[in-house]
Design a protein around this ligand. Structure first.
Ligand code: NAI
Length: 416
């Protein structure tokens, strides 16, 4: 699982040799830890069209409010604000552009606001040094607080080139510890999600197949949570989850997933159906049961796990990509459902790119190396990067995020 190339470029001789050979120079990302809870410098806030302050200090982040840019000429204010700063951002710094939804104005407004997407995605690809760039579109009446907290912190280290829409958030009454269920929590991304939600104060219930019982029990015990050994595809999985949660559920993270890769011409029906059932069918069944029986509390957060394969497609993964694209369709439909919305419940998805886990360690070397490097940050992500994104989407304060699909892929070139 180790990225030896990243380690090599982290040493002076390694950097010298790889630079001379013209090879990529991935930056060591600054991730959240108690020692590094903040960005590497102050946050500069600007408004497109306003006078740009003299001098260029070194900033940890720049937040540019471009929501008022209403025509192509107004885009000049975006250039004027960020052109002098693009080089002086600290390594692993952040640029966040705040925009409006293109549909919330006239034709020129729509053009200008959509233009911001091309701008942000391009700047993300060229800025380098571990910096990230995002566009946050605010619907009328929305506040981006929880989203900015996440994006302007080391917790979003591997999220770049994203367009995130924030709507108005219903008031959530303050409560005690929330209960979170994470499927596939015995290892990999699921274990990191459970750990991160526990770090943020949730009581976690860790679910995984009975065969993973020892690892599952170990994760749950470490986090002071409980273990629920259960195959998520069991016909009574919804009932058994509800029975294990007498106080209901506040956060539901569908992370369990499998691959059974083959080209379609060589794919037997059981490879197809097992992947569709674990990754998609069981997600719909169990969530449907929890919603119907009221086991999902008001203001619950549902997070599905998609994949960039579900966005870009991938040879040998027709089953997997179909299941992951299905997750995207499902969270969008759930987010639009009047009854679900009426209870303040949100549904979003993460779409990981290349994440260093046992799943990707099994990929052949050449494909693995390509997967790692073919993104703006030049490296694979870590389970914690997905976990931090899930934690943000499932926070009580993230009620304005609904129906979003956030890629955790270092701005992968696939499906860009
Ligand atoms: P992993 O294979 O390390 O862990 C998956 C976990 O799900 C395992 O503990 C497994 O026992 C559990 N699981 C499988 N079938 C289950 C079932 N029927 N019932 C209950 N639990 C079950 O995988 P990894 O890499 O941690 O991936 C987690 C999720 O992220 C998956 O949905 C995967 O498709 C998705 N993903 C991962 C990427 C990566 O690069 N690692 C990229 C894109 C998406």
């Amino acid at each position: 699982m180790a990225d030896r190339y990243l380690r090599l470029t982290g040493t002076a001789p390694g950097r010298f040799v790889t630079r001379r050979l013209g090879l990529p120079q991935p930056a060591a990302l600054r991730r959240w830890s108690e020692r590094t809870p903040e960005l590497p410098g102050p946050v500069l806030r600007l408004t497109a069209g306003d006078a740009v302050p003299d001098g260029t200090g070194t900033y940890g982040a720049v937040v540019l409010d471009a929501a008022g840019v209403a025509d192509p000429e107004g885009l000049g204010g975006v250039h004027a604000a960020l052109h002098p700063l693009a080089r002086s951002l600290a390594p692993c710094g952040r640029i966040v552009v705040l925009g409006a939804r293109p549909q919330d104005g006239g034709l020129a407004h729509a053009a200008a606001q959509q233009a911001l997407e091309g701008f942000v995605r391009s700047l993300g690809k060229e800025i380098g040094r571990g910096c990230t760039v995002q566009l946050v579109r605010l619907a009328p009446g929305a506040a981006a607080d929880s989203t900015l907290d996440f994006l302007l912190s080391p917790r979003s280290a591997y999220v770049s080139g994203q367009v995130i829409e924030v709507g108005p958030a219903p008031e959530v009454p303050a409560g005690g510890a929330r209960t979170a269920l994470v499927t596939g929590a015995a290892r990999g991304i699921g274990a990191a999600v459970a750990e991160t939600l526990a770090r943020d104060g949730a009581r976690v219930v860790c679910l995984d197949v009975p065969q993973a019982g020892d690892a599952l029990a170990e994760v749950a015990a470490r986090l002071g949570g409980s273990a629920l050994p259960l195959d998520i595809t069991a016909p009574d999985a919804g009932e058994r989850i509800a029975a294990a949660l007498p106080d209901g559920l506040d956060v539901l993270v569908h992370n369990a997933g499998i691959t059974r890769d083959r080209k379609l011409a060589n794919m037997a029906a059981d490879r197809w159906s097992s992947v569709i059932d674990v990754n998609l069918g069981s997600v719909l069944r169990t969530t449907g049961h929890l919603l119907k029986t009221g086991a999902l509390n008001e203001h619950a957060r549902i997070v599905g796990t998609a994949s960039i394969a579900g966005i870009a497609g991938n040879a040998g993964q027709t089953n997997y990509a179909a299941s992951k694209a299905g997750i995207i369709g499902w969270v969008r439909a759930l987010a639009a459902d009047a009854e679900v919305r009426g209870r303040g419940i949100t549904a979003n998805a993460v779409a990981p790119g290349f994440i260093e886990t046992r799943m990707t360690a099994a990929v052949p070397l050449v494909i693995r190396e390509a997967g790692r490097r073919m993104n703006s940050l030049g490296q694979g992500g870590l389970p914690i990067d997905v976990a931090e994104t899930v934690a943000w989407l499932s926070a009580a304060t993230s009620g304005g995020l609904n129906g979003q699909v956030v890629r955790v892929c270092g701005q992968s070139l696939l499906g860009a």
